[in-house]
Design a protein. Structure first.
Length: 342
């Protein structure tokens, strides 16, 4: 999503830290909502912002098709450069330069955001390639798998413990990947690359936490990538492979608008995260891959043989188990607070 963003963007299971570690229920570049909001009543504006964010990430495949004949490398390079342009303008309007410059001076935060930038660049590149090469179904699968990968990273890297229902979900997820590997005739590398790059992105951003706001974070990450992206655009133009300046003003402005398409859903998500309980944000995240999956079937007419339906069904079962566990988190938190009070 950008979804991948997404365009995230820290975005994937939506449970509290003990329930779905790493970045479950978050979006790249956006501080996660706190578990303390688990008992809050969802606000209408929060829901609208959340639907807007995940809705934009969900329809990004259609936008990428409008950018043809640009290839995935040029699309990502343009996305980086124009995202930086848009974010600098946004920081100026919001008068938030002080926060961004403070984050840039923090060597640890800068190193962390540099690593995050490399991971999100990989995510964007794989996603663009998948959409433009008839693998939108597999791209959607990657974002369905992402919550499971986030939980797996929490266990492997952060040494967090899972509850029985979470272990069951993980086991079902592993079986799903095996079934899909059989269905594809090979390992679904696009889906796994998207899921792992996004999951690792969330893990890296976890070290930044809420110290850097969404716009400042995206500004720094795109600034890190911009020198390379600018060189790529120049080389493509010099070799006659670029389309930015050769396909007319409409094509130029469509590529330029990729900066807006990257930043706006992150701003929406930040607004939603401040207004919604963690569990609601966690459930809303499934809107993006559902939209991507629907577009792949109905608009791109990608094939879905029986074995792929079986694999997707198992993935959805695993996500259902995670969601049930997630929705039970507020009740368990209340019980723990009551026990502590006694």
């Amino acid at each position: 999503m950008a979804n991948e963003n997404s365009s995230s963007a820290q975005l994937a299971g939506g449970a509290a830290r003990s329930a779905a570690p790493v970045s479950a229920g978050t979006t790249p570049g956006v501080p996660a909502p706190t578990a303390s909001g688990a008992d809050e009543k969802p606000s209408t504006s929060g829901l609208l912002f959340g639907i807007g964010a995940y809705g934009i990430w969900g329809v990004l495949p259609l936008y990428f098709l409008l950018l043809e004949p640009a290839g995935p490398v040029e699309i990502v390079a343009a996305r980086v450069v124009f995202s930086l342009v848009f974010c600098t303008a946004l920081l100026t309007v919001m008068r938030s330069w002080r926060r961004a410059l403070t984050a840039m001076k923090d060597r640890r935060a800068l190193a962390t955001l540099t690593a995050a930038a490399l991971l999100i660049a990989v995510n964007w590149l794989v996603f663009a390639w998948a959409v433009l090469n008839g693998h939108a179904v597999e791209a959607a699968l990657g974002y369905f798998i992402n919550p499971l990968i986030s939980v797996l990273l929490g266990v492997a890297v952060l040494k967090e413990r899972l509850r029985p229902l979470q272990w069951t979900a993980m086991a079902v997820g592993v079986i799903a990947v095996l079934v899909l590997a059989f269905g594809y005739g090979t390992v679904p590398w696009v889906a796994l690359a998207l899921a792992f790059s996004f999951g690792l992105y969330g893990l890296v951003k976890k070290n930044v936490g809420g110290k850097v706001d969404a716009v400042s974070s995206l500004t720094i990450e795109t600034a890190v990538l911009t020198p390379v992206a600018a060189v790529v655009l120049v080389v493509l133009a010099a070799t006659g492979s670029g389309t930015l300046l050769t396909e007319g003003p409409a094509h130029f402005w469509l590529l330029a608008a990729s900066g807006i398409a990257t930043a706006v859903p992150l701003v929406f998500f930040g607004a939603a995260a401040r207004r919604l309980p963690l569990s609601t944000v966690g459930l809303l995240q499934y809107l993006a891959p559902i939209l991507q999956f629907t577009l792949a079937l109905l608009v791109f007419n990608e094939a879905m043989p029986a074995e792929r339906w079986a694999g997707f069904g198992l993935v959805w079962l695993a996500l259902l188990l995670l969601s049930i566990d997630m929705l039970g988190s507020p009740r368990r938190a209340r019980i723990r607070r009551a026990a502590a009070a006694v």
